[in-house]
Design a protein around this ligand. Structure first.
Ligand code: ATP
Length: 255
């Protein structure tokens, strides 16, 4: 059996007496697009924080490509090939789009923010930056200050920065939050294109996006995974329907 890109084993996280993540075991295969859904407060962000190293598990483990990463610092995990975008935009608003992406590229090359020195001339950095901009359909906005971008483009830039580092495992936290229908459609295409061949773990409230994008969906309720299956099975799962009663409806099959 090939090693999963991400492997969670009996993962638990408590804050004081409150058990927020309760015995989560999950493998995400290399190249899989995996979605985590669940009602508000189910523990989705906490799970992301455990995977990306912001939180240390109370018990259990997280492995990235077979290497144990629980307890490892977030920047180390990033270096090991896992990159995460946040719900709240993480971009430098007074820099241009190109400069923001270049920061992501430099970060991945271990050059941090000391790039003011010589790196502007680095061919590798320049080429990679343009490649990411093209990949994320941001070429025509390369010289626009990030603060002046429309909201949807800011989120596209956030994704561009996330993938700029060349990470093989990408975590996206609500990438279409606050977007209109047409912006969401564009973002889904962008995510599909920019994560091709990579492993994607996505938390998202928009069920249309999830059912469109994911190869597999895990449903988290009160910190436990109650189902983990392809979208077609999740849609018909009575446990999942029950968990979503009174919450956002699961989309019906259209085709
Ligand atoms: N640092 C913390 N200390 C104490 N409780 C926390 C902490 N972080 C999260 N929680 C609690 O854990 C629960 C799960 O929160 P979390 O943000 O992970 O849920 P979520 O599924 O991401 O919710 P949403 O869909 O609303 O973003 C909530 O009850 C929250 O109050």
């Amino acid at each position: 059996m090939t090693t999963p890109a991400l492997s969670l084993k009996n993962l638990c996280k408590s804050f004081g007496p409150a058990k927020i993540i309760n015995d989560v075991t999950l493998d995400v295969a290399k190249g899989e697009r995996h979605a985590i859904i669940g009602p508000n407060g189910a523990g989705k962000s906490t799970l992301f924080n455990l995977i990306s190293g912001l939180y240390t598990p109370t018990s259990g483990t997280v492995s990235l490509n077979g290497t144990l990463i629980s307890g490892v610092a977030p920047y180390e995990i990033n270096r090991m090939g896992l990159s995460r975008s946040f719900q709240v935009s993480n971009i430098f608003s007074n820099m241009t789009v190109r400069e923001n992406v270049r920061c992501g590229v430099l970060h991945s090359l271990g050059q941090g923010y000391s790039f003011w020195k010589s790196v502007t001339s680095s061919k590798e950095v320049q080429e990679k930056t343009w490649e990411v901009l093209e990949h994320c359909s941001l070429l025509d906005k390369a010289n626009t200050p990030a603060a002046l971008l429309p909201y949807a483009d800011q989120r596209a830039l956030e994704i561009a920065i996330t993938i700029a580092g060349g990470a093989e495992v990408i975590l996206l936290d609500e990438p279409t939050a606050g977007m209109s229908h047409s912006e969401t459609d564009r973002a889904v295409e962008l995510i599909r294109k920019s994560t091709e061949g990579k492993t994607l773990l996505i938390v998202e409230h928009d069920m249309g996006v999830i059912f469109d994008l994911a190869d597999r969906i895990s449903v988290l309720v009160y910190g436990e995974i109650i189902a983990s299956a392809p979208p077609s099975e999740i849609r018909g799962d009575p446990k999942v329907r029950e968990a979503y009663l009174g919450d956002e409806a699961l989309p019906e099959e259209t085709a």
